[in-house]
Design a protein around this ligand. Structure first.
Ligand SMILES: [Zn+2]
Length: 263
């Protein structure tokens, strides 16, 4: 597994972000896992908040979106952001894309269309980006507790196979920062028995859960090898200077992770 940490943080035009070096070398993929740093929003959304659904004025969010698009060289209108309803619905966008559905109540999207940038917003959940190196197909996934319980990542990999003939061998998968097992406690009511190998019981019906490792385990059980996976292994709750964390802050912003195919 290719593990990234704080020393891998990059800066462009005052925006701090992570990228997967192997993916940049592909030449046709544009991607980044942004942090909360470098935007214009004020506390509690300081500063690079890309969500206009949590109380931050839309004008500031639009500025942040333009700043991000300009920094990474794409048209802000080509960034597709989902409503993200913590389910397992996948939006399939086959080229050529004519119109987008409305509302965009999905938690993952897959495309082979160039110049569309698939964005995932998070503040503790896991943003997961996928590339098929041979078929030139990409995907972006929002995997929180509920998405992980619904095996959303595996459903996306299956849909890539069914719709585009993608093969597990050719996939590269990158997981962004999320809340780690150090800080993520959940209740017995929502705990899944299959998570036990990656969880620690705290007693009184409470579990500390490692959602990232659970997703990695799910992928490995579907023929994804560790060397195909990159992981920014930083807890959003512990590193809240760098990331928005819903558990840490409650009312806060959302950081963007995006991927697009360059023409
Ligand atoms: Zn932590």
């Amino acid at each position: 597994m290719n593990i990234l940490n704080r020393s891998d943080l990059k800066t462009r035009n005052c925006l701090s972000y992570f990228e997967i070096p192997e993916w940049t070398q592909l030449g046709w993929v544009q991607h980044a896992f942004l942090t909360r740093q470098g935007g214009v929003s004020l506390p509690p959304y300081a500063s690079l908040n890309l969500s206009d659904k949590n109380g931050d004025p839309k004008a500031w969010v639009a500025k942040n979106k333009n700043l991000t698009a300009t920094t990474f060289g794409f048209d802000p209108k080509s960034l597709i952001l989902l409503d993200q309803i913590q389910q397992d619905q996948i939006l399939l966008l086959k080229s050529p894309i004519v119109t987008l559905p409305s509302p965009l109540e999905f938690d993952a999207l897959i495309t082979n269309a160039p110049n569309r940038f698939l964005g995932i917003l998070t503040a503790d959940c896991i943003p997961i980006l996928v590339v098929d190196q041979k078929k030139k197909v990409i995907a972006a996934i929002h995997a929180g507790r509920r998405g992980t319980a619904l095996h959303i990542t595996l459903k996306v990999l299956k849909k890539m196979k069914d719709e585009f003939g993608c093969s597990s061998n050719n996939l590269l998968i990158a997981m962004g920062s999320s809340i780690s097992s150090c800080c993520y406690e959940i209740d017995e009511r929502v705990f899944q028995r299959e998570w036990e190998p990656f969880s620690t019981s705290r007693g009184a019906g409470k579990w500390m859960v490692d959602l990232a490792q659970i997703n990695i385990d799910q992928m490995k059980r579907k023929e994804i090898k560790e060397e195909q996976i990159s992981w920014i292994n930083l807890c959003t709750h512990c590193h809240h200077d760098l990331f928005f964390s819903y558990r840490k802050e409650g009312q806060t912003g959302r950081q963007l992770s995006f991927i697009g195919i360059l023409e």
